[in-house]
Design a protein around this ligand. Structure first.
Ligand code: AMP
Length: 478
């Protein structure tokens, strides 16, 4: 296996960019994937975000496209040759940012399209031409429908976080995109997990793939210190978060909650408790999420409270710690969560809180990790527990549904568009309201969102996207 970037035979402009980024040696997934992708083979990669997989596929893709690099201003000289599909806007944005950096000296162009934001600037960007296009599936189909993008010359396809795409109901969208691509092409698929659905998808479009696996982060995450604290009850949990942030002097931390409503509430409570906190979850608009993320990256926000879906794929450099406010329902999410810290060799800290209700999740996590995680008691002074508690008005605000969201919900409810914020809808107090477990749907510009398209697909609707938007009361720009 190669332990220098030089040994791959990458072109000088690509190597220069990699050196500038401070990458000294390839990560394990890069060492394995880069030579295989350079050979033109299909790849099925078992790797998740945080392992360096983006460069693992992006660098050899750029290398293979170097033969097409040109300085012509004509968009016709820059057709889409590599398509990278990602499940979420944040991940698509992040991949684009990486590709832009890797390609900056190559003359190859890249662009990104995702739902939930105005489509016009994307059309303008596509019109300029780009060899590498990063997209979420729903928005890409919108562009294809409007003929604002051509994939006739695409020769490489990447499905990133394929498991998450299936979880989010993107299979029909992916199938439509696959049909629209030229048959002769190289295919790469990355997934953190390999369910039978993923294997079926893989066998439907990968051609004699090379299987590449890197040690799972749970095995590799020895640089992450894991502590599990037992607290008396839910109220103590909130106070415990504030206590841990202060005692451990955490300068930046992501706190994970299992539900969207829990994320919003916890962030407000922490704020009242004097911490600089904000929440990021699926019910927030794209603009709000990006702005919050930006403030966090700049260090203006100390505590970012997030759900698993919202946090998936976020790459925050040198995050020193994560806190699990709840143990996740899905043991694999624990691995994803703690993988946010201790990246690229840095040491990290993963603190988890549990009450008696989390026993089962704790056992599931130990089973997945194949080792015991000792539970310590955390005493939370009684005086701290009441601080920052919510009053009734705050709780009402949580439960209030904006009208447009309610309309969208009733239009969707027959479509079972249950992209999961959580695997288990049975959360004390909110168990029967699917609202809390549904993906975010922008209230006014549904025509540009991913979720309604998914809902329509799942409901078997064959109507064009615009009709769906009208059905949801959308169509207006915000
Ligand atoms: P990814 O899994 O692709 O999201 O990458 C995780 C993080 O690791 C990103 O911030 C990358 O910029 C960084 N990274 C990727 N490859 C390397 C490398 N070879 N050396 C150091 N950092 C890297």
């Amino acid at each position: 296996m190669s332990n220098t970037f030089d040994s791959f035979g990458l072109a000088e402009p690509i190597l220069r960019a990699v050196t500038e980024l401070g990458y000294r040696e390839p990560t394990p997934i890069q060492a394995q994937a880069i030579p295989v992708v350079l050979q033109g083979r299909d790849v099925m990669g078992a790797a998740q975000t945080g392992t360096g997989k983006t460069a693992g596929f992006a660098l050899p893709i750029l290398q293979r496209l170097m033969q097409h690099a040109n300085t012509s201003a004509s968009p016709a000289r820059h057709p889409v040759r590599a398509l990278i599909l990602a499940p979420t806007r944040e991940l698509a944005d992040q991949i684009h940012e990486n590709v832009r950096q890797y390609a900056k000296y190559t003359g190859l162009r890249s662009a990104v399209v995702f739902g939930g934001v105005d489509i016009k600037p994307q059309i303008a960007a596509l019109r300029q031409g780009c060899e590498v296009l990063i997209a979420t599936p729903g928005r890409l189909l919108d562009h294809m429908g409007q003929k604002t993008v051509s994939l006739a010359q695409a020769e490489m396809l990447v499905l990133d976080e394929a498991d998450r795409m299936l979880d989010m109901g993107f299979l029909p969208d992916i199938q439509r995109i696959l049909h629209a691509l030229p048959e002769q092409r190289q295919n790469l698929m990355f997934s953190a997990t390999f369910s039978s659905d993923i294997r079926r998808l893989a066998s439907s479009f990968l051609n004699d793939p090379q299987v590449i696996e890197v040690a799972r982060r749970n095995a590799a995450a020895e640089n992450v210190e894991q502590r599990i604290y037992r607290v008396a009850d839910l109220e103590a949990k909130r106070a415990a978060v504030a206590q841990l942030v202060r005692e451990r002097q955490l300068s930046q931390v992501i706190v994970f909650t299992n539900t969207k409503i829990g994320a919003g509430r916890l962030a407000r409570q922490l704020e009242r408790d004097g911490l600089n906190a904000a929440a990021i979850h699926g019910n927030k608009s794209q603009q709000e999420r990006l702005a919050t993320l930006d403030s966090f990256k700049k260090g203006e926000i100390v505590v970012l409270v997030a759900t698993d879906v919202a946090a998936r794929g976020l790459d925050i450099a040198e995050l020193p710690a994560v806190i699990n406010y709840d143990l996740p329902y899905n043991a694999e999410d624990y691995v994803h969560r703690i993988g946010r810290t201790g990246r690229a060799g840095a040491s990290g800290l993963a603190l988890s809180l549990m009450t008696g209700e989390d026993e089962r999740h704790h056992a599931d996590i130990e089973k997945l990790l194949g080792r015991k995680l000792d539970v310590e008691r955390l005493e939370v002074p009684a005086a701290a527990r009441g601080r920052g508690r919510e009053n009734d008005r705050d709780r009402d605000r949580d439960r209030r549904e904006p009208g447009a969201e309610r309309r969208a919900r009733s239009a969707r409810s027959s479509g079972h568009a249950r992209a999961r914020e959580t695997a288990h809808p049975a959360v004390a107090g909110y168990s029967n309201d699917p609202f809390f477990f549904e993906p975010y749907v922008p209230a006014a510009s549904s025509a540009e969102a991913e979720a309604p398209a998914m809902a329509a697909e799942r409901a078997g609707a064959r109507r064009p996207r615009r009709a769906v938007a009208a059905l949801l009361g959308g169509g207006k720009k915000r």
